[in-house]
Design a protein around this ligand. Structure first.
Ligand SMILES: [Zn+2]
Ligand SMILES: [Zn+2]
Length: 187
Protein backbone atom coordinates (compact mmCIF):
# COMPACT_ATOMS: atom_id res chain seq x y z
CA UNK A 1 0.00 0.00 0.00
CA UNK A 2 1.60 3.22 -1.21
CA UNK A 3 0.92 6.46 0.66
CA UNK A 4 -0.69 9.28 -1.29
CA UNK A 5 1.00 12.60 -1.68
CA UNK A 6 -1.50 14.98 -0.28
CA UNK A 7 -1.65 18.66 0.23
CA UNK A 8 -1.07 19.16 3.95
CA UNK A 9 -1.27 22.92 3.78
CA UNK A 10 -1.95 24.28 7.30
CA UNK A 11 -4.12 27.12 6.05
CA UNK A 12 -6.37 24.74 4.13
CA UNK A 13 -6.77 22.58 7.21
CA UNK A 14 -7.67 25.62 9.31
CA UNK A 15 -10.09 26.77 6.63
CA UNK A 16 -11.80 23.38 6.39
CA UNK A 17 -12.18 23.23 10.18
CA UNK A 18 -13.86 26.64 10.24
CA UNK A 19 -16.26 25.67 7.47
CA UNK A 20 -17.27 22.43 9.17
CA UNK A 21 -17.59 24.23 12.49
CA UNK A 22 -19.85 26.94 11.11
CA UNK A 23 -21.88 24.45 9.12
CA UNK A 24 -22.62 22.02 11.96
CA UNK A 25 -22.41 24.17 15.07
CA UNK A 26 -22.97 27.70 13.75
CA UNK A 27 -19.82 28.75 15.61
CA UNK A 28 -16.16 29.16 14.76
CA UNK A 29 -13.54 26.81 16.11
CA UNK A 30 -11.47 29.06 18.37
CA UNK A 31 -8.54 26.73 18.92
CA UNK A 32 -5.79 25.88 16.39
CA UNK A 33 -6.22 22.80 14.21
CA UNK A 34 -2.77 21.47 13.41
CA UNK A 35 -0.95 18.58 11.75
CA UNK A 36 1.06 16.31 14.00
CA UNK A 37 3.74 14.27 12.26
CA UNK A 38 4.19 11.91 15.22
CA UNK A 39 0.60 10.76 15.72
CA UNK A 40 0.60 7.16 14.48
CA UNK A 41 -1.86 5.34 16.75
CA UNK A 42 -4.74 7.71 16.20
CA UNK A 43 -5.97 9.75 13.28
CA UNK A 44 -6.54 12.81 15.44
CA UNK A 45 -6.93 14.12 18.96
CA UNK A 46 -8.47 16.96 20.94
CA UNK A 47 -6.21 18.45 23.59
CA UNK A 48 -7.21 20.42 26.66
CA UNK A 49 -5.58 21.40 29.93
CA UNK A 50 -7.10 21.27 33.35
CA UNK A 51 -6.02 23.06 36.47
CA UNK A 52 -8.31 22.55 39.40
CA UNK A 53 -11.79 23.21 38.06
CA UNK A 54 -10.60 25.29 35.16
CA UNK A 55 -10.38 23.46 31.91
CA UNK A 56 -9.15 25.09 28.76
CA UNK A 57 -9.41 23.79 25.21
CA UNK A 58 -5.97 23.87 23.62
CA UNK A 59 -5.92 22.47 20.10
CA UNK A 60 -6.94 19.73 17.71
CA UNK A 61 -4.18 17.68 16.15
CA UNK A 62 -4.53 15.52 13.06
CA UNK A 63 -2.13 12.80 12.04
CA UNK A 64 -0.06 13.90 9.07
CA UNK A 65 0.89 10.27 8.61
CA UNK A 66 -2.64 8.77 8.66
CA UNK A 67 -4.04 11.29 6.20
CA UNK A 68 -1.84 9.85 3.47
CA UNK A 69 -3.53 6.44 3.80
CA UNK A 70 -7.17 7.08 4.66
CA UNK A 71 -9.88 8.03 2.13
CA UNK A 72 -10.88 11.74 2.13
CA UNK A 73 -14.36 11.04 3.55
CA UNK A 74 -12.77 9.25 6.52
CA UNK A 75 -10.49 12.21 7.04
CA UNK A 76 -13.48 14.59 7.16
CA UNK A 77 -15.27 12.20 9.55
CA UNK A 78 -12.18 12.20 11.82
CA UNK A 79 -11.96 15.99 11.80
CA UNK A 80 -15.68 16.08 12.68
CA UNK A 81 -15.04 13.61 15.54
CA UNK A 82 -12.43 15.96 17.03
CA UNK A 83 -14.71 18.96 16.48
CA UNK A 84 -17.47 17.11 18.40
CA UNK A 85 -15.07 16.82 21.37
CA UNK A 86 -14.28 20.53 21.11
CA UNK A 87 -17.81 21.89 20.71
CA UNK A 88 -19.27 19.76 23.52
CA UNK A 89 -16.30 20.74 25.69
CA UNK A 90 -16.89 24.48 25.26
CA UNK A 91 -20.64 23.98 25.84
CA UNK A 92 -19.78 22.31 29.16
CA UNK A 93 -21.36 19.05 28.01
CA UNK A 94 -19.97 15.50 28.35
CA UNK A 95 -17.36 15.22 25.62
CA UNK A 96 -15.62 11.88 26.35
CA UNK A 97 -15.51 9.05 23.82
CA UNK A 98 -18.27 6.58 24.61
CA UNK A 99 -20.52 8.98 26.53
CA UNK A 100 -24.09 8.85 25.10
CA UNK A 101 -24.13 12.63 24.57
CA UNK A 102 -20.89 12.45 22.65
CA UNK A 103 -22.01 9.43 20.61
CA UNK A 104 -25.25 11.23 19.72
CA UNK A 105 -23.30 14.25 18.53
CA UNK A 106 -21.12 11.99 16.35
CA UNK A 107 -24.27 10.61 14.75
CA UNK A 108 -25.80 14.01 14.23
CA UNK A 109 -22.89 15.32 12.18
CA UNK A 110 -21.83 12.05 10.56
CA UNK A 111 -18.46 11.75 12.30
CA UNK A 112 -16.46 8.54 12.66
CA UNK A 113 -17.03 6.54 15.85
CA UNK A 114 -13.34 6.20 16.70
CA UNK A 115 -10.10 7.88 15.79
CA UNK A 116 -7.96 4.79 16.36
CA UNK A 117 -5.93 3.63 13.37
CA UNK A 118 -3.41 1.01 12.39
CA UNK A 119 -1.08 2.28 9.69
CA UNK A 120 1.23 0.59 7.20
CA UNK A 121 4.85 0.52 8.33
CA UNK A 122 8.01 1.10 6.34
CA UNK A 123 9.86 -2.12 5.64
CA UNK A 124 11.48 -4.11 2.84
CA UNK A 125 10.46 -6.51 0.08
CA UNK A 126 13.10 -9.18 -0.44
CA UNK A 127 14.20 -10.64 -3.77
CA UNK A 128 16.68 -13.23 -4.95
CA UNK A 129 19.48 -11.46 -6.83
CA UNK A 130 19.84 -14.36 -9.28
CA UNK A 131 16.30 -15.46 -10.30
CA UNK A 132 14.46 -12.39 -8.94
CA UNK A 133 11.92 -14.50 -7.09
CA UNK A 134 10.11 -12.54 -4.38
CA UNK A 135 11.10 -13.87 -0.95
CA UNK A 136 8.61 -12.04 1.23
CA UNK A 137 8.89 -8.92 3.31
CA UNK A 138 10.48 -7.87 6.58
CA UNK A 139 10.41 -4.83 8.76
CA UNK A 140 14.18 -5.03 8.99
CA UNK A 141 16.79 -7.54 7.96
CA UNK A 142 20.53 -7.57 7.51
CA UNK A 143 20.64 -9.27 4.11
CA UNK A 144 24.40 -9.77 4.37
CA UNK A 145 23.80 -12.63 6.80
CA UNK A 146 21.49 -14.66 4.53
CA UNK A 147 21.32 -16.28 1.11
CA UNK A 148 18.20 -17.00 -0.94
CA UNK A 149 16.76 -20.51 -0.55
CA UNK A 150 16.14 -20.86 -4.30
CA UNK A 151 19.61 -20.09 -5.70
CA UNK A 152 21.78 -19.68 -2.59
CA UNK A 153 22.39 -16.20 -3.95
CA UNK A 154 22.55 -12.76 -2.42
CA UNK A 155 19.25 -11.26 -1.24
CA UNK A 156 18.20 -7.87 -2.53
CA UNK A 157 15.90 -5.59 -0.58
CA UNK A 158 13.63 -2.82 -1.75
CA UNK A 159 11.90 -0.31 0.54
CA UNK A 160 8.15 -0.85 0.74
CA UNK A 161 5.11 -0.03 2.86
CA UNK A 162 3.95 -3.16 4.67
CA UNK A 163 0.49 -3.90 6.01
CA UNK A 164 -2.84 -2.23 5.57
CA UNK A 165 -4.43 0.85 6.97
CA UNK A 166 -7.17 -0.29 9.36
CA UNK A 167 -9.58 1.67 11.51
CA UNK A 168 -12.26 -0.07 13.55
CA UNK A 169 -14.65 2.89 13.43
CA UNK A 170 -17.45 3.61 11.05
CA UNK A 171 -19.03 6.82 9.87
CA UNK A 172 -22.15 6.94 11.99
CA UNK A 173 -24.40 8.48 9.45
CA UNK A 174 -23.53 8.92 5.82
CA UNK A 175 -22.31 12.45 5.98
CA UNK A 176 -24.22 14.73 3.68
CA UNK A 177 -21.24 17.02 3.36
CA UNK A 178 -19.57 17.32 0.02
CA UNK A 179 -16.45 19.36 -0.28
CA UNK A 180 -15.77 21.53 -3.25
CA UNK A 181 -12.78 23.77 -3.79
CA UNK A 182 -14.00 26.73 -1.77
CA UNK A 183 -17.03 25.82 0.24
CA UNK A 184 -18.90 23.11 2.06
CA UNK A 185 -22.32 22.31 0.74
CA UNK A 186 -25.10 20.31 2.26
CA UNK A 187 -26.75 18.14 -0.36
ZN1 LIG B 1 -12.48 10.74 20.47
ZN1 LIG C 1 16.69 -17.50 -6.80
Amino acid sequence: MEPKTINVDSEKLEDLSQKLSLHFWGKRCDIPVLWNGRLTKSMGRFMFSSRGRTRTALRIELSKHAVRFIPPEIFIAVLLHELCHYHLFIQGQPFEDGHPVFEEELRRVGAISTNVVQLPQKGFELYCSKCHERLGSRKRMNTKHYLSACCKAQILKKEAWLGECKYPGEILKHSKVRLSSNHVKKV
